[in-house]
Design a protein around this ligand. Structure first.
Ligand SMILES: [Zn+2]
Length: 191
């Protein structure tokens, strides 16, 4: 079972809002149950062969595209849900750049830095977290940027739904990446 998003299908709702990364098999189930309303992408990701039709003598086939829009109601209103913050997604949002010294670092040399320190009630949230290198994080310690005299070189923001799916994908097909990228809000650092 491949786990990278290269082999995964981006599932949208009718309005084109990303819902989930699903497997080719899960996408095939949507096709088979007739809930796929439209598809997108450069071409089929995979063609799955089904049973033989006794009348026509032909084998059924389902072409699974990398982007599918599925009808029906989503269980939750995704616009009400802020994307969860993870270390990986935070570093991607901030382009692996320390918010204080503006140098670029590898994942292992970056830390999730609370702008308002956690010890002073600063939350684990998109708006209170930035990527910072170990040296800057240590120097700032349990102070605010103003107290430490360390202004942020960029500002935090909450990623949109489209950005969140880009941030979560490890290896996204070029056509799916482009589909998401053209829908990013102005000012996104992922542009
Ligand atoms: Zn730094």
């Amino acid at each position: 079972m491949l786990s990278d998003t290269h082999q995964h299908v981006l599932q949208l709702d009718l309005l084109g809002t990303p819902q989930a990364w699903i497997s080719v098999e899960q996408a095939a189930v949507h096709h088979a149950s007739g809930t796929v309303v439209w598809v997108d992408g450069d071409g089929p990701l995979r063609t799955l062969r089904g049973g033989w039709n006794a009348v026509t003598g032909r084998q059924s086939a389902i072409e699974v595209f990398p982007i599918i829009a599925v009808g029906g109601h989503s269980r939750i209103n995704l616009f009400d849900v802020a994307p969860a913050v993870t270390r990986r997604k935070l570093f991607q949002r901030d382009r692996h750049t320390c918010a204080y010294c503006s140098q670029r670092f590898a994942d292992r040399d970056l830390q999730c830095e609370h702008i308002v320190p956690a010890s002073r009630g600063g939350p684990w949230s998109w708006m209170n977290l930035v990527a910072a290198c170990g040296a800057c994080n240590g120097r700032k310690a349990a102070r605010t940027p103003a107290e430490a005299g360390m202004p942020l070189v960029y500002l935090p923001y909450v990623p949109s739904r489209f950005e969140d799916f880009l941030l979560a994908g490890r290896s996204i097909r070029a056509d799916v990446h482009d589909w998401l990228a053209v829908r990013l809000p102005k000012g996104s650092r992922l542009n």
